[in-house]
Design a protein around this ligand. Structure first.
Ligand SMILES: Cc1cc2nc3c(=O)[nH]c(=O)nc-3n(C[C@H](O)[C@H](O)[C@H](O)COP(=O)(O)OP(=O)(O)OC[C@H]3O[C@@H](n4cnc5c(N)ncnc54)[C@H](O)[C@@H]3O)c2cc1C
Length: 462
């Protein structure tokens, strides 16, 4: 179907002000947060629905004419999950961004998919509640995107990821049918958990138009401890020792030496740049418990070989540490024209082998790397600075990536902890998932989307 025809048909469903189709607008929506992946086609039209009924009508039209549909939140994913490989309709959810309800007694929130994660956190926090998933770019990314990518973030160690906070979803299927799955109760053993199927499905099975989220009581306070180490093994050993000592931080994040140096250069935060590794450990709970928690934590860190321990004394000091950690991606981007990242994960006991292995691989291929990660989860983000216009560097990166995945799988891990598969990792999926399982995933896709119009070519090819 031609672009003009698609646009004309969509103008029967949506007000003209909610439709974009100019070439420069289509160009913007042909990309997402991923560096180095180009779309062979521009989308034909971008639409901004305001109601569930509009989404249903768009899907009925698209399905009848086999037009591809790509859902889009803030477009910040890092695996090419929003790239419109076959053109078609991009559904942008910025106009479906309402927090419908926050129920303090039930500790639930009902939201539209375009709600910004950080905004939700702020709003529930006013009522003494907490929504822990944080895709690290929470000031811009949306709940719809977090659900579709199964986002995690720094607080996974204690609180889990997005999948642990979805009670119910309202989903528009490829043919426009509304599927309501899950309940607004905290427990539910009533049939299959179809809502979980859509988490991490990257917009390939259905379009999430409403979500009921589980909330928890907001911890009274938080404190951040930064521990520096002269070697990687001591840093990782301290994670095991914390667990052995029944210390349960909300976050155990990691920065390697090159990250400390790079961040400090562009965002002077007082980081100790001569150290091999640093852990950012956030504890939370009642303030009255902090003396005990900190003293136990300090003991563990000293015994495990921490050479410096800095305990934040004020909110501003805490914020400075977190800003430095969050700035690592942007700071790495300043080392070369481009930056690419990854989100491999291994069982916690193999984290040291993973970090060391990544260092050797990058050294072998002459790549500049800053390593950060949610080390308490076994999840590492190697951030590689390179020039994507330099063919040799790109070849080196591609080879390094293959070796990284082999290493991760050999260490009992998997390809993606929280960014998803998208386009970026689909060539490697068969190495990580047994053939029968992959086959069932494909069969499931065909049940929900027999015409393969929902975000085609993502996760796997049909
Ligand atoms: C600097 C940086 C740091 C990051 N750090 C982390 C991190 O620490 N942890 C982590 O988990 N992630 C991290 N991420 C990645 C993060 O997961 C994504 O950026 C975010 O969750 C995507 O949200 P979005 O609104 O931008 O979604 P988009 O990028 O717009 O979309 C992502 C996917 O969701 C689908 N989608 C969007 N809305 C819907 C909907 N309503 N229904 C169905 N499908 C939909 C899209 O089709 C696409 O497949 C980071 C990203 C950046 C840029």
């Amino acid at each position: 179907m031609t672009k003009i025809k698609i646009k004309t048909e969509l103008e029967r469903i949506l007000p003209k002000k909610n439709i974009l189709s100019a070439i420069e607008e289509c160009y913007v929506y042909s990309q997402d947060g991923t560096n180095g992946l180009d779309s062979p086609k521009l989308p034909d039209v971008i639409v901004f629905p305001e109601t569930i009924e509009e989404v249903q009508s768009i899907m009925k039209f698209a399905n009848a004419h086999k037009v591809p549909v790509i859902a889009r939140g803030a477009g910040t994913n890092l695996v090419g999950a929003c790239i419109p490989m076959r053109g078609g309709i991009v559904i942008n959810f910025t106009k479906m961004n309402k927090i419908i309800d926050i129920n303090k007694t039930n500790m639930t929130a009902k939201v539209q998919p375009g709600v910004i994660v950080g905004e939700l956190q702020n709003r529930v926090s006013e009522q003494g509640l907490f929504f822990p998933p944080d895709p690290s770019n929470l000031k811009v990314s949306t709940i719809g995107g977090a659900i579709a990518q199964s986002a995690g973030g720094p607080k996974t160690f204690k609180y889990g990821t997005t999948k642990d906070y979805i009670l119910a979803l309202k989903v528009v299927l490829a043919d426009g049918t509304i599927l309501e799955c899950g309940t607004n109760t905290i427990k539910n053993a009533t049939g299959y958990h179809l809502e979980q199927l859509f988490i991490g499905s990257e917009g390939t099975l259905g379009i999430v138009v409403e979500a009921t989220l589980k909330l928890i009581p907001k911890p009274e306070s938080t404190k951040v401890v930064m521990a520096y180490f002269d070697d990687i093994d001591s840093a990782t050993a301290s994670v095991t020792n914390m667990i052995d000592s029944n210390i349960y931080p909300s976050t155990i994040d990691f920065m390697n030496n090159n990250t400390l140096k790079t961040v400090e250069k562009f965002y002077p935060a007082g980081l100790l740049t001569d150290k091999e590794a640093a852990l950012i450990i956030e504890i939370d709970g009642f303030e009255s418990s902090f003396d005990t928690q900190i003293s136990r934590l300090k003991n563990v860190l000293i015994t495990t070989g921490a050479s410096n321990i800095v305990i934040s004394q004020t909110k501003e000091e805490q914020e400075k540490i977190w800003t430095a950690r969050r700035a690592s991606f942007a700071a790495t981007a300043k080392l070369k024209p481009d930056v690419v990242t990854n989100d491999v994960i291994v069982p916690r006991e193999n984290i040291s082998a993973l970090v060391k292995g990544i260092n050797s691989i990058c050294e072998k291929y002459g790549l500049i790397i800053c390593i950060v990660g949610h080390i308490g989860d076994g999840n590492i983000h190697p951030q590689i600075a390179l020039d994507l216009n330099n063919k040799e560097e790109v070849r080196a990166y591609e080879n390094a990536k293959k070796e990284l995945y082999d290493l991760t799988l050999n260490l009992g891990g998997t390809l993606s902890a929280e960014h998803g598969i998208g386009l970026d990792k689909k060539a490697f999926l068969a190495n990580a998932i047994p053939a029968e399982t992959l086959d069932y995933m494909k069969k499931m896709k065909m049940v929900f989307d027999p015409n393969n119009i929902l975000n085609p070519e993502k996760i796997f090819d049909i």
